[in-house]
Design a binder for this molecule. Structure first.
Ligand SMILES: N[C@@H](CCC(=O)N[C@@H](CS)C(=O)NCC(=O)O)C(=O)O
Length: 205
């Protein structure tokens, strides 16, 4: 019986948690890490007794230590012997991963604006994040057309989770129409079982 490693708190809509959930499946640690769904931004959230930050992903280890932040969780999976390794070590891989995480951070800010009542939204923030997303999306189109994001690692997971988020929970960014290489890359990546079994619900945004 393999040693249990911990428990991963997630919410079904979170692209960050989805990156870690997919990683657990892809590196063969699913029988050692259980999953617990939690609400977010809720004083009763199941994750709060384990992490005052209250965000997902949060990985609670057997000794009670709670790891947060997607990249740190991925690094820990690598140290636990997950294969293939998720966190790149060479500059090109790190840059590719950082580029997508930067896109996802911007999309998350944009999405948060759209979840506010209309009169509370900031047009300036929305315009800035739309411009950022378009700029990074164009760079990713060139990257993918040149053969980038071919290896299944943290950058690959972040890209498929981000595009998946923008397909089901942030359709405000119509990323696919003008980016054929990225659209083809996503269609192929989305066939992975780890992507299919972590599909988020539609949000209507
Ligand atoms: N920097 C964090 C971001 C995680 C994050 O923002 N998670 C969102 C869900 S997508 C969350 O838990 N939000 C709840 C909140 O802000 O209270 C990471 O890389 O893991």
């Amino acid at each position: 019986m393999p040693e249990r490693l911990g428990c991963l708190f997630y919410s079904s809509g979170s692209p960050y948690a989805r990156i870690c959930r997919m990683a657990v499946l892809e590196v063969g640690l699913a029988d050692r890490i259980s999953e617990v769904e939690t609400t977010l931004r809720d004083p009763e959230a199941a994750v709060l007794p384990y992490s005052p930050v209250g965000r997902v992903p949060a990985l609670v280890l057997q000794d009670g230590t709670t790891l947060t932040e997607t990249s740190l969780v991925l690094g820990w999976l690598d140290r636990m012997g997950g294969t293939p390794r998720m966190l790149p070590t060479e500059p090109a891989g790190l840059a590719a991963c950082g580029r997508v995480l930067g896109l996802l951070d911007g999309i998350a800010v944009w999405n948060r604006e759209l979840r506010r009542p209309e009169h509370e939204r900031s047009p300036g923030v929305i315009a800035l994040e739309r411009t950022r997303a378009d700029r990074v999306g164009n760079a990713l189109e060139r990257d993918v057309a040149a053969g980038g994001y071919a290896r299944l690692d943290a950058g690959w997971l972040a890209l498929v989770a981000t595009l998946g988020y923008c397909t089901r929970r942030h359709t405000a960014w119509a990323w696919a129409g003008t980016r054929p290489a990225l659209a083809a890359w996503f269609a192929a990546a989305a066939r992975r079982d780890s992507f299919q079994v972590t599909m988020p619900p539609l949000s209507g945004i």
